[in-house]
Design a protein around this ligand. Structure first.
Ligand code: AMP
Ligand code: ZN
Length: 116
């Protein structure tokens, strides 16, 4: 989709700090983080929200869930824990209408403290 910011990132028209990429998915650091570590896992296919997925997207969505796990492990969030958030529709706070999974964590420091 031409005026979609995430499609532009996927096409390389807008820069982003990537943590993972394959033929169907990209993972980037959120530009305005709401947690000490805030990653967006984004399917390359333009799907506006979870309301638009269908049976043909089963492997894509399942792959994203598995990717959330491995990205969390690679960033060291697996031991401390993390949240996965998907906003759907304007009433949820969704601002970018290209499906994406927020991976949020990093509040627990290595020393055991709590970082906001
Ligand atoms: P949502 O409110 O669920 O639609 O989340 C959209 C997210 O995309 C927000 O957390 C934004 O900070 C993030 N965002 C918007 N533009 C960019 C960008 N160019 N690069 C990285 N993250 C972005
Ligand atoms: Zn898009």
């Amino acid at each position: 989709m031409t005026d979609c910011i995430f499609c532009k990132i996927i096409k390389g028209e807008i820069p982003a700090k990537k943590v993972y990429e394959d033929k169907s998915v990209i993972a980037i650091y959120d530009i305005n983080p709401k947690a000490p570590v805030h990653i967006l896992i984004i399917p390359k296919k333009h799907i506006s929200s979870l309301m638009e997925i269908n049976k043909g997207d089963k492997n894509l969505i399942g792959g994203i869930i598995l990717r959330l796990k491995t990205v969390a492990q690679e960033l060291g969030l697996d031991k401390s824990g993390y949240k996965v958030v998907v906003n759907n529709g304007p009433g949820s706070g969704q601002l970018v209408f290209h499906l994406h999974f927020h991976l949020l964590g990093g509040w627990i420091t290595k020393a055991g403290g709590w970082r906001v």
